[in-house]
Design a protein around this ligand. Sequence first.
Ligand SMILES: [Zn+2]
Length: 76
Amino acid sequence: MSEELECLDRHEQNCTGPVERYESLSGTGTMITRCRVHREKALKRHEEIQERYPDSSVAPSWFDPAVAGERWDDNY
Ligand SMILES: [Zn+2]
C-alpha cells in the first residue's frame, strides 16, 4: 500500500501531473509535496523572489507563506 500524497496547493484546484515530494526551495531540508504544475509555479515564484530580493531576509508584503507553503527563510 503506497502513501497517498496530496499537493500542497490542491486548494487551487488545478493540480496536474504526478504529485511528488520535493525538498523545500528555501533549502531548509523540509520536504513538501506538490503536483508538477504547482511545483513549477512555486519554482518560478521562488526565482522571481530571488531576483527582486536577493539580499533580503524580510518577506515582502505580498509574500503569503500559506500560498508558498514555506516559511520565509531565516537561514539566508
Ligand atoms: Zn497541485
